[in-house]
Design a protein around this ligand. Structure first.
Ligand SMILES: C[S@@+](CC[C@H](N)C(=O)[O-])C[C@H]1O[C@@H](n2cnc3c(N)ncnc32)[C@H](O)[C@@H]1O
Length: 192
């Protein structure tokens, strides 16, 4: 019966949270932990340490199972808030965090209103799941502290150029880096 309800919610009602929970439950996103995904995380970690040395306050949208926070390490942030639409991913992230500076919560990026202001807000492989990428980034940018920055990564695919074009007029490009692995090419942009 539960399977039937889950199928109905995912396939007929197309409820995002159920679809993502199903995928995490099946282990379909386990590949994000692999070495061929490491480069894009490392670029973000490098940018955070270089651009906001010390203990910046960081908000990550669509954080999944908390891989970026684990790679960033506790000494490199003052406060880290990770949000994701999937309860399952957030449960796992919170379980692995073991850090009182960290908070994980379930939230849909299209409606979530952050609590406080941040030095950096990160969208790592997630902005294309927003209904309105540019509006979403603009709305989140109002939660940045003065001199705060957005970090956005988008994996190369057939719509990525269109996506970047849709975003670029709203922001000033501070820097960008492209990582190429055996699996994919990923562009990371720092936006002000
Ligand atoms: C490709 S995964 C990337 C996960 C993580 N950022 C990483 O790089 O490993 C996309 C993530 O976006 C989340 N997501 C999808 N739609 C979302 C939404 N509307 N609001 C918040 N998170 C969302 C999914 O649950 C998933 O964890």
């Amino acid at each position: 019966m539960n399977n039937l309800i889950s199928f109905f919610k995912r396939k007929i009602l197309r409820i995002n949270r159920d679809r993502w929970n199903h995928q995490y439950g099946k282990g379909l996103w386990d590949g994000l932990k692999a070495m061929d995904e490491l480069a894009r995380f490392s670029v973000i970690v490098g940018y955070v340490k270089f651009l906001k040395p010390g203990q910046p306050d960081i908000l990550e949208i669509g954080c999944g199972e908390g891989l970026l926070q684990q790679r960033l390490q506790t000494q490199n942030y003052g406060r880290y808030v990770g949000t994701d639409i999937s309860d399952l991913a957030i449960q796992k992230a919170a379980q692995d965090a073991g850090d009182e500076k960290c908070a994980y919560l379930v939230a849909d990026m299209d409606t979530y209103k952050p609590d406080g202001q941040f030095d950096m807000i990160i969208f790592n492989e997630v902005i294309y799941y927003s209904k309105h990428p540019l509006k979403t980034l603009q709305r989140y940018s109002t939660y940045l502290k003065p001199e705060g920055l957005l970090i956005v990564t988008i994996n190369d695919h057939k719509h990525s150029a269109e996506l970047w074009n849709g975003i670029k007029d709203g922001f000033q490009l501070v820097d960008e880096a492209t990582t190429i692995t055996a699996k994919s090419t990923c562009v990371c942009k720092i936006l002000a």
